[in-house]
Design a protein around this ligand. Sequence first.
Ligand code: SF4
Ligand code: SF4
Ligand code: SF4
Length: 369
Amino acid sequence: MARLFKVVRWRRCWQVLFFLWTLLVGVLFTLWAFAHLRGQTPAVNRPPGVEGFLPISALMSLRLWLAGEGVHPVHPAGLAILVGALLMSATVARSFCSHLCPVGAVSEWLGRLGRRLLGSTWELPRVLDWFLRSVKWLLLAFFLWAVLVAMDLAQVRSFLDSPYNRVADVKMLLFFAQPSRLTVAVVGVLVVGSVLVRDLWCRYFCPYGALVGLMGLLAPWKVVRDPKRCTNCKVCSKVCPARLPVHRLARVRSVECTGCQDCVASCPVEGCLRLAAARRRLRPAHGVLLAVGVYLAVTWGFRLAGHWRGVVSEEEYARRLREIHSPLYTHVGGMAPPEKEPAVRAPGPASSAFPARESSNLGLPPPGE
Ligand code: SF4
Ligand code: SF4
Ligand code: SF4
């Protein structure tokens, strides 16, 4: 029991810490953006960590980076977070999902709430489970095709430099701050569904999870089972959130394994299940530290190299956010329209080219954007 508490506590501590950090980033960013949208000077700085919620932009930056073009200067923190998530998942199998992802943490908490309220969560029939699990792979395939195949490097560069991408963080905020009925309905279904079905979003729909899952296949550190010690009690398989038959596997190689070590913590036989690479075995707590350490090393590496704060200045944000609802800041078939305005303009009233829309008392556009 003490061992279970130790392993679970280590991982959950990081989950809670990262969730609180994300919450703080979200609050600061909201205060900052709303101040700009009201035409005021923000009392707080924009936290670059918010770029972690721009995975498509980060994927495009990654493509340029891998092509040898260096770190693109718009939203570099998004790239840092993506690389950190990929590398930690390529070290301890898919560990970003179980150790740091704030959405995964909420999903896990909702599932726990469901088990507390209902006694257990639902398991979907095998065929439906298989069918739904393919959705996240289809989404990932689409995004990879769009970024790696459909666009050449010049188009990727053009998108990253586009007016839309420069304010994509604020567009994302407005999407959730003033949601359409469809958005509310979809989020509501996912929240309630996650109470009823464990990890509904993560297991079936998240393309980011699919991507880090692929990286997890490369990970040297995976859960291994010692068949000589195993009593076949199947406790490990019962607690596995990925519903893997751990009691039958010598080494867990599945793309669905999140490296959470819940199976390790629950195994009643000391040393039967462990994180291991080749012949080296890791204590559970050390596995957690290794995974989180890789992420922190990568993101701090970017910070120290000067690739954390992007080049979009406060003045540019102030100018662009005054006309955030202009067609200049919308996607057109996945691409942003070219900028016709001069790059820098003297501060003044909102652009007459894009007349101000009817505003709410927050100085924001009407809901449903
Ligand atoms: S599947 Fe997606 S949302 Fe879930 S924990 Fe992984 S990255 Fe986060
Ligand atoms: S919990 Fe441990 S002993 Fe039981 S089946 Fe799994 S690996 Fe074997
Ligand atoms: S319980 Fe074990 S096998 Fe299942 S996801 Fe967690 S680490 Fe992987």
